[in-house]
Design a protein around this ligand. Structure first.
Ligand code: CS2
Length: 503
């Protein structure tokens, strides 16, 4: 690492660890509680940036307030990389919250240990069976649930699901791991943990429940009934903009604070968490540290999934195709901003039920500021990933709701056409970009073969039933409008299409 302005007197950076904690610069917040006295209460699946900026921060606050039995054990299902970065620093890591009036660095202590599958499967399952573990939390992204995005049912043709069904004691998938852990726990006579989903899925707890019950049914119908009757899957709405960590962020933390952290997380200052209060074995007092414990999460979740994530996806496809790199730049673009305003006011806000204690218009005004935060370099290409999973809840469900009400959701038409244009894989500057998606191979092929013809391209993409529900396709006017907009995007380009759209 380079020499920095904030090294200690010996000229070295302080690598995060229990030992170095007291020596960190004064302006770095850190856990002041005794981590050695904290026992695990939560096993978390999916060790990416988001949970470390959200769940682990709320839980760190609960531990700071005096709780000692809600430490987190993080388990990554895909790669040992984060485990290997965190363990040498005693699983301490920093949260770099960026804002115009000053960046803040905070070291989080709630993560007690980090594991990775498949190497650590035995330990992960043993911890999930441990009676001290009362909650299993998840951030595994939309596709981690192995669902058919259009119906929300378990995708039984998914290769990982097939492998887990054939070998249920060595699971790799989320439904496989949860089902095996619940089975072993039951066998050991320990009451089931609560499953707390923290991903951007509609009715996320209910969706995960449906998927796990179906997975279990395929191996043991009796176990499936047990899960249906005994395991709680509360729904949540989670929110904090947390882009993937870059080397520049590590360098900024080293330069600005003199701290060496192998895998920090960068995020905005804002955070929000609405949780359905259904935890048979108890939970941390997250409400004392800013979370909303509510009876019904659904209105919060619809507002967030549609207004925040729907706008993100719309900006992402318009941006990738035109070569705009970050959300802050996209939101600063006059045309894109005007599209998002129309998306919010005409197509999304009218689909929302009242959200307790919330003025939805004010929520979107605040969103605009959040998107414009220049410190959070949220790459549009990152958000463009997994569109086949993201489009249905973010944009297609509200489209259906407007169509049923007799209205044509024109900004959503534009967003869907932009996604279709995105499948071509080459931007308007003739540069290729990556299409990351569970359906990437299929999307790429369709995009490459039909990119010259909006009619063919739209028809091939609309035919993907995992994305587009039959009811939506039944609204012929919607499909025609998408095709027409796509034709304009392909032949006249994005700017001219937006000028006409906004005209
Ligand atoms: C984003 C989300 O990557 C995406 O698709 O829309 O990660 C978004 O930043 C978070 O949901 C914010 O809470």
């Amino acid at each position: 690492m380079s020499k920095t302005g904030r090294e200690d007197e010996t000229g070295t950076l302080l690598r995060l660890s229990t030992e170095s904690l007291p020596n960190l610069p004064k302006d770095v917040a850190r856990p002041l509680y005794d981590r050695a006295a904290v026992s695990p209460g939560i096993v978390h699946l999916g060790l990416g940036a988001f949970c470390r900026a959200h769940l682990a921060v709320y839980t760190d606050d609960v531990l700071a307030a005096g709780a000692t039995d809600w430490g987190i054990i993080g388990v990554d299902l895909l790669s040992p990389a984060i485990r290997d970065a965190l363990k040498p620093q005693d699983c301490l890591y920093s949260v770099f919250s960026r804002q115009a009036d000053g960046d803040q660095l905070r070291v989080v202590g709630s993560m007690l240990d980090a594991l990775a599958l498949p190497e650590d499967l035995g330990r992960a399952l043993a911890l999930m069976i441990d009676p001290r573990t009362r909650i299993v939390t998840l951030t595994v992204t939309e596709k981690g649930y192995c669902q058919d995005a259009a119906t929300g049912a378990l995708d039984e043709s998914n290769a990982v699901i097939k492998a887990d069904l054939a070998n249920r004691t060595a699971p790799r998938s989320v439904p496989g791991v949860l089902t095996e852990a619940i089975r072993l726990r039951r066998q050991a006579g320990v009451p089931p943990f609560t499953v707390l989903v923290c991903d951007n899925l509609p009715q996320n707890g209910t969706t995960a429940r449906r998927i796990v019950i179906r997975f279990a049914e395929l191996i043991d119908p009796e176990l499936s009934r047990f899960i249906a009757e005994n395991v709680a899957f509360p729904c949540t709405m989670v929110d904090r903009i947390t882009p993937a960590t870059r080397d520049e962020d590590r360098a900024a933390i080293a330069d600005g604070f003199g701290v060496a952290d192998a895998w920090p997380v960068v995020c905005e200052p804002f955070r929000q968490w609405a949780i359905e209060d259904n935890f048979p074995l108890g939970r941390p007092r997250w409400e004392d540290v800013g979370a909303l414990l509510v009876e019904d999460v659904h209105p919060f979740e619809l507002m967030k999934l549609r207004c925040l994530n729907g706008a993100h996806s719309t900006l992402a496809y318009l941006s990738v195709v035109t070569g705009v790199e970050t959300i802050a730049e996209a939101m600063g673009d006059e045309q894109f901003r005007a599209v998002i305003h129309r998306l919010w006011t005409e197509d999304l806000i009218p689909t929302l039920p009242p959200v307790p204690g919330t003025d939805v218009t004010a929520y979107t005004v605040a969103l605009e500021e959040r998107f414009l935060n220049p410190g959070v370099r949220h790459r549009t290409l990152q958000i463009s990933s997994d569109g086949s999973q993201k489009l249905p809840p973010r944009l297609l469900e509200p489209a259906l709701s407007r169509l049923r009400a007799g209205a044509q959701p024109q900004a959503i038409v534009l967003a869907v056409a932009a996604w279709m244009r995105f499948t071509v894989g080459v931007n308007e500057r003739k540069e290729a970009y990556e299409i990351a998606d569970p359906l990437a191979a299929r999307l790429r092929l369709i995009g490459q073969q039909n990119g010259h013809d909006a009619k063919l391209l739209a028809a091939e993409l609309f035919a993907i039933t995992d994305i587009f529900p039959p009811e939506l396709l039944g609204f012929g006017g919607f499909c025609e409008a998408v095709e027409k907009t796509l034709h304009s995007l392909l032949t006249k380009g994005t700017r001219a299409t937006l000028t006409a759209f906004l005209g």
